[in-house]
Design a protein around this ligand. Structure first.
Ligand code: ADP
Ligand code: MG
Length: 578
């Protein structure tokens, strides 16, 4: 560890000193933090430089929101908190969106922001970038801490790490005022003040009674279903989860980011029979999935007749139980421990689910897959979403270890259903909020953290939120291939201004060539108009590992308003009299 910051030759004493900069870096390194995502500036410019010099990988972005999204998804992929480093007020605020999104999605992340001087901020005397950042961060994250003394840096970093990864993971804010960095202290005392977090995310074993209750319910089920959520993907209990599904014989339905936990082509997958599985099931095991809007709150038409359903919910967060409907068998614990406890009970006496249930899902699934197949094979020009995604489905089938990043409206909804995933934690997308703008941040972190090829499938609108990071991708020479589904606008590219004055509110420049953006930074740009061209361009890009952006021309008339969630978009029925 680098303890010595500087050597001061004083007349009587020769003392080894350290300072705030070095202590922050040493505390992160001691706790296994290998990468920082951020944007340099006052007061953390030197912190980034020195962290790099000390062997931490520092990835500098063009905007803090993208750096924050990168940190958040790094947390999801590694179960270690992803760290985002920003400047004060505006940089902090830019990072805050990502911190809130990480918390909402249960991704462990630490936003570290430099801040202005407490004495001036608290008296509101107008410091450089004055803002009470700690107070603003608090309601938007799991925990927020400020460190005022160099001797407390070790504790501050330790608290942030433990808060981010223990229990339900989430975002943590760590406020470091500018003055802290140059505070000097004795190096040996500084080293002693550091804290290595022991067992940061302890196992949480479910109570035997809760396991009994769940198993009894499951044994009585006629039409059981397992819903896998991104909590199950996060838990990295892949083998145990697969064993539970296969030994129990219960059909499973993956939520978006749980796709690939078991392959989408697995015989027990109910992915292509989602509606039937949700509506007709009688006992549903929620494994790291919340009954929020993405699952219609566990009620309504999606879930069939009222009273037709009983839920077993596995979650590390006790407060999640009964959030929307009654949970008949709450199983509080970490997914690895709970699944292993359940597995012990799937013994020789276990009865596979009734065959008529398994068969009804299988036949529905096959019918839906057959109905979709011809749409995916059309070699049309212009392309529509289906024909273009047919090509990308093939690309991923041939590269199951690649990571797919996906955002947009139609581009998201249709890719989720069409592109099969084969391995855990390979699909990264808009998550719980359905937020746009995660694309390039997620792509950068996926490449940095895993070293695997990354394919980012982006709506043209979605891409715009983080598009400047193509420079970052080129600068770090990351193996990222971006495909823009360019339909000239949001949802569709056909809106007009009824007054004739301006472009319609949802349209972009027609025939825009996003591929040229990539060329501007030394990456490869390709424009394609057919599914065959798309397939060839993406395959070549992913094999080359070179940063590439493929502009895929999609029929501007092909999309639908708000994709799958048009029902959430209020529409006026009032026609004004002139
Ligand atoms: P999805 O959107 O895929 O359904 P959610 O984000 O709604 O997933 O749900 C994930 C759930 O997983 C959260 O309720 C979270 O508390 C839980 N979770 C996260 N990590 C673990 C873990 N290691 N063990 C148990 N539950 C977890
Ligand atoms: Mg579009």
């Amino acid at each position: 560890m680098s303890a010595v910051a500087q050597r001061i030759e004083a007349p009587e004493v020769e003392q080894e000193l350290t300072d705030g900069f070095h202590l922050v870096i040493d505390a992160l390194k001691l706790n296994g933090i290998e990468t920082i995502y951020g944007v340099p500036g006052i007061p953390i410019t030197d912190l980034g430089r020195m962290a790099q010099a000390e062997g931490i990988r520092v990835i500098s972005f063009r905007h803090e929101q993208n750096a924050g999204n990168a940190a958040a998804i790094a947390g999801f992929l590694t179960k270690k908190p992803g760290v985002c480093l920003t400047v004060s007020a505006p940089g902090f605020l830019n990072g805050l969106t990502a911190l809130a999104n990480a918390t909402t999605n249960c991704f462990p992340m630490i936003l570290i922001s430099g801040s202005s001087e407490r004495e001036i901020v608290d008296l509101q005397q107008g410091d450089y970038e004055e803002m009470d950042q700690l107070a603003i961060a608090k309601p938007l994250c799991k925990a927020a801490f400020r460190v005022l003394h160099a001797a407390d840096i070790g504790i501050g970093v330790a608290r942030a790490i433990r808060a981010a990864v223990s229990g339900r993971p989430g975002g943590v804010y760590l406020d470091l005022p500018a003055k802290l960095f140059s505070q000097v202290m004795d190096a040996a005392a500084g080293e002693k003040s550091l804290v290595k977090v022991i067992d940061p995310a302890p196992e949480q074993i479910p109570s035997p009674a809760a396991v009994d209750r769940a198993v009894a319910l499951l044994k009585g089920a006629k039409r059981p279903l397992i819903v896998l959520g991104k909590g199950a993907a996060y838990a990295q209990a892949d083998d145990a989860i697969r064993a539970l599904v296969e030994k129990s014989g219960i059909p499973f339905l993956p939520m978006s980011m749980a796709k690939g936990l078991l392959p989408d082509t697995h015989p027990q997958s109910a992915g292509a029979a989602r509606s039937t599985a949700l509506k007709d099931s009688d006992v549903v095991v929620l494994l790291g999935a919340r009954l929020n809007w993405l699952l219609s709150h566990g009620k309504g038409k999606t879930w069939g007749e009222p009273g037709s359903k009983q839920f077993i919910q596995v979650d590390i967060e006790p407060k999640e139980m009964d959030s929307n409907v009654e949970i008949a068998a709450p199983l509080v614990g970490d997914i690895g421990s709970v699944v292993n406890a359940l597995l012990e009970r799937i013994d020789a006496g276990w009865q596979a689910p009734p065959s008529d249930w398994v068969e009804s899902i299988r036949s529905k699934k096959e019918a839906n897959i057959a109905k979709m197949a011809p749409k995916l094979l059309k070699n049309s020009s212009p392309m529509d979403f289906h024909s273009a995604l047919g090509s990308l489905k093939k690309v991923i089938a041939e590269r199951p270890d690649a990571i797919l990043v996906n955002e947009g409206a139609n581009t998201l909804d249709l890719a989720r259903g069409i592109i099969d995933m084969y391995q855990p934690r390979k699909r990264l997308d808009v998550g719980t909020w359905g937020v746009m703008g995660i694309g390039m941040g997620f792509a950068v972190a996926a490449a940095v953290e895993t070293g695997k090829p990354v394919l980012a499938v982006e709506g043209d609108s979605a891409f715009g939120f983080s598009g400047m990071e193509v420079e970052t991708i080129c600068r770090y020479e990351l193996p990222v291939t971006i495909v823009i589904f360019n339909n000239n606008g949001i949802y569709r590219g056909l809106d007009t201004d009824p007054t004739g004055r301006d472009p319609g509110t949802t349209v972009f420049v027609k025939g825009a060539r996003y591929d040229k953006m990539m060329e501007a930074f030394g990456g490869v740009g390709v424009n394609v108009t057919t599914p065959d061209e798309l397939y060839k361009a993406v395959s070549a890009a992913m094999d080359s590992g070179k940063p590439t952006l493929i502009n895929a021309e999609i029929d501007p008339a092909a999309g639908s308003e708000s994709g799958n969630i048009g029902s959430l978009n209020p529409q006026s029925v009032v026609v004004r009299k002139k």
